[in-house]
Design a protein around this ligand. Structure first.
Ligand SMILES: [Zn+2]
Length: 232
């Protein structure tokens, strides 16, 4: 009888904790901080604007090859900018688990593609994420989806890196989070205006990774990097 009651109580508490997390993830404050909950993409407006651009560059939007281009572009932007419309509670979907494990969790080489907000051209590469749990871990498959939520937007790489770290920090309350992003920027590669290296590395360090040099170095050596030589 006692056991049954305590089991019920345990389940009850878990459900409560879950509801509490969902409420946090869907709160107006949270949505605003992480730039979520934007209105649906206006397909018609994008199609119209694309036709205008085609005309403005001297093309004939009525020629065969371009006839469906405005429609394709509208669908493409909906997909490439879907990160603003991700439901974070659905994304997490109860994949938070209580554990006593407190070693570093590392997910390396997560592919991403994003759009730079200065030129609306792609930048793409890999993100590497680590955290040190404080009683809670997240299902491993969720980390790439978190990266995707912040990549599928108009971005600058620095902000994307910081948002991924902050989001994980808010959801897991870990002892520390580290995010390193390597990106190649098409606007630097395709436009011959400046001779700068279009590769860029950014990092965001929170908690133990910021405060503790050896923790940071441990992560960097997992990535095969020389400490101190990783961008910001
Ligand atoms: Zn750019």
């Amino acid at each position: 009888m006692y056991t049954k009651n305590s089991t019920d109580l345990h389940f009850h508490n878990e459900a409560d904790a879950q509801t509490e997390m969902d409420m946090k993830l869907q709160s107006a404050d949270f949505m605003k901080i992480f730039e979520l909950g934007l209105p649906p993409v206006d397909h018609e407006a994008i199609e119209h604007a694309t036709t205008e651009i085609l005309t403005a560059v001297g093309e004939d939007p009525q020629r065969d090859g371009l006839l469906n281009t405005p429609h394709r572009v509208a669908k493409m932007y909906e997909e490439l900018l879907s990160g603003y419309r991700t439901d974070p509670a659905k994304l997490i979907n109860n994949a938070l688990f209580d554990v006593e494990y407190d070693d570093m969790v590392i997910v390396r080489d997560i592919e991403f593609s994003s759009l730079c907000e200065h030129h609306m051209l792609p930048f793409l590469g890999h993100a590497h994420v680590a955290y040190i749990p404080r009683g809670k871990v997240i299902g491993l498959s969720k980390i790439p989806r978190i990266v995707d939520m912040f990549a599928k937007r108009l971005q600058v790489q620095e902000r994307m890196t910081r948002q991924i770290a902050n989001f994980i920090n808010e959801v897991l309350d870990p002892r520390g989070v580290a995010v390193v992003v390597d990106g190649k920027h098409m606007c630097g590669m395709m436009r011959g205006v400046e001779k700068h290296d279009p590769s860029m590395t950014t990092s965001a360090m929170i908690g133990a990774f910021r405060e503790n040099t050896s923790t940071r170095h441990e992560f960097m050596s997992h990535l095969g990097r020389v400490p101190g030589n990783f961008g910001v």
